[in-house]
Design a protein around this ligand. Structure first.
Ligand code: PGA
Length: 243
């Protein structure tokens, strides 16, 4: 894997945006895999700016989001559907038929997960997948212990993940206990992967993923085996890397 260390969060986001812009310019019908959470907020901001400045268009872009909370309706203000609309989709010219986000409120989880996987295949696979990382090294919502061959499925969230996300739900009690997520096998099939992390609180997770052994207890460590994976980090997240 390639490691890029940016001066700060702003620069990390800028470097990531440059990569996405290059991808879209090279292939205007690219299939993108997209994350949510705090980390990509500025990346999305930069992509919106690039669209407004007519540097890129999203008309032919196809997207797949990594995950969604189980039990949340897409219209819920805390859902990742809403997050994506607010941060990106409502501000660009993407076609709604090209947006794919798992339905967390589905009555038939199995069918929903199979549908998602088959839509990724039908789109020709993911060209560029952007990832965040959890403090417990989760990617998507693949928590420690996830099978490296796992596919899209319903998962239980780790307590550390629920605690980190409880700020969006008002209390830990109200934070969902489960989510639908693409699998690690699904992630590893993306042609190109960029993982973003900022802040000292991610430093241990990044060091385990980059310098540690490849271990299902450290889901992000499997990225060491991906043929085209770049970690773009700020100085805080890179602080514990062995040089
Ligand atoms: P964060 O989440 O960007 O809000 O830190 C990342 C993740 O949990 O994958």
């Amino acid at each position: 894997m390639k490691i890029v260390i940016a001066k700060n969060y702003r620069n990390m986001s800028r470097l990531a945006a440059d990569q996405v812009i290059e991808q879209i310019r090279n292939k205007p019908s690219s299939v993108l895999g997209l994350p949510t959470g705090h980390t990509p907020v500025e990346l999305y901001h930069d992509l919106v700016l690039a669209y407004q400045q007519e540097i890129i268009r999203f008309k032919k872009i196809v997207t797949f989001n990594l995950d969604e909370y189980a039990g949340l309706e897409s219209g819920d203000k805390r859902s990742y559907h809403t997050y994506m609309k607010t941060n990106l989709f409502n501000k660009i010219d993407i076609q709604s038929k090209n947006i794919h986000i798992l339905d967390g409120a589905t009555k038939n989880v199995k069918r929903e997960c199979v549908r998602f996987e088959s839509e990724i295949s039908r789109a020709g696979g993911i060209d560029l997948l952007i990832l965040g990382i959890g403090m417990d090294d989760h990617i998507g919502f693949n928590e420690p212990g996830s099978d490296f061959k796992s596919r899209t499925r319903l998962v239980k969230l780790a307590e550390t993940t629920r605690e980190a996300n409880s700020k969006y739900f008002g209390s830990l009690k109200r934070t969902p206990t489960a989510a639908l997520t693409v699998g690690i096998g699904t992630i590893m099939e993306a042609k190109k992967i960029i993982l973003l992390a900022d802040g000292k609180k991610k430093a241990e997770a990044i060091a385990r993923a980059v310098n540690g052994k490849i271990d299902p207890q450290v889901p992000a460590s499997i990225l060491q085996k991906h043929p085209d994976c770049t970690f773009i980090l700020d100085k805080g997240a890179a602080a514990k890397l062995k040089s």
